[in-house]
Design a protein around this ligand. Structure first.
Ligand code: FEO
Length: 165
């Protein structure tokens, strides 16, 4: 059985992951609006991964006889200045999620909740991957700059992304 503080923190993280999904889907919609379907596909796939992250927390709470309490999700950002700005904000968001997971891990450590620590190790590893994936796209976009043809080809490449979770 989970203690109340950990249960509350996991419910908060379900909200955070669902917000991430919401934000990535909004980024996808923006990419559609500027005719970058590959970028839009990448973001839509990422939104799906975030929903799966939320469900991992949801199912973990249930398996520990916890109570899932869904919370309101804030409106995501809807307008961006460029594809590079989209990925800059995505990287900031992933760094924020990493900090949230670290804080949650710290709480489970201070409460001697070993089962939750084992569960959270998957997320610690996943966040390294998440930051790298977004960072790699950002680096390529920085190299591309305003070269339209290169952006077109990169859009096609991002359109081949598969769901990794
Ligand atoms: Fe669920 Fe992208 O962190």
């Amino acid at each position: 059985m989970l203690n109340q503080a950990i249960q509350d923190a996991i419910n908060e993280q379900i909200k955070n992951e669902l917000y991430s999904a919401h934000q990535y889907l909004s980024m996808s919609a923006y990419c559609e609006s500027i005719t970058l379907p590959g970028f839009a596909h990448w973001m839509r796939t990422q939104a799906q991964e975030e929903r799966e992250h939320a469900m991992k927390f949801y199912n973990f709470l249930l398996s520990r006889n916890g109570r899932v309490i869904l919370q309101a999700i804030d409106q995501p950002v809807v307008e961006f200045g460029s594809p590079i700005e989209v990925f800059e904000q995505a990287l900031e968001q992933e760094q924020k999620v990493t900090a949230q997971i670290n804080e949650l891990y710290g709480l489970t450590a201070s409460e001697n909740d070993y089962a939750s620590q084992v569960f959270l190790q998957w997320f610690l590893t996943e966040q390294v991957e998440e930051e790298k994936n977004v960072g790699d796209v950002l680096e390529t976009l920085t190299m591309i700059g305003d070269k339209g043809e290169a952006l077109f080809l990169f859009d096609r490449e991002l359109g081949t992304r598969e769901n990794e979770v």
